[in-house]
Design a protein around this ligand. Sequence first.
Ligand code: SF4
Ligand code: SF4
Length: 120
Amino acid sequence: MTIREIGCCGAYCKTCIEYQKKKYPNQTGCLGCKLGYDTGERDLDKAKCEIKICCFKEKNYETCVDCPNYPCKILEKHWSKKGWKYQQTKKQLEFIINNGYENFIKISDNWNGPRGKLFL
Ligand code: SF4
Ligand code: SF4
């Protein structure tokens, strides 16, 4: 239950089914957005996600809400993709802006996936 378990884009890795399947070091399942880099299990230079590279690798933020450029063109592009999940991660970042990381973790720990209901 830490901020590290929140993806830069607002997805919550800890409760994601793909993250539950993760296995080091053969890397099956999803390894989470920001996890495993501190311990040397993963190499941040191999990151492919544009959001993660900008937010976590280059700027060393936990999520994009920490960034003075929020919301930027990279995020606008992400949010414009087809699918509920992209809009939902936008709402999750907005929830963090309005209510803080602690309250986000409090509600998201009960989810069954990386996105969920936003009620305190
Ligand atoms: S889409 Fe990118 S920023 Fe979002 S959780 Fe996945 S790797 Fe992280
Ligand atoms: S510039 Fe955009 S993608 Fe990069 S950290 Fe800031 S808000 Fe996130």
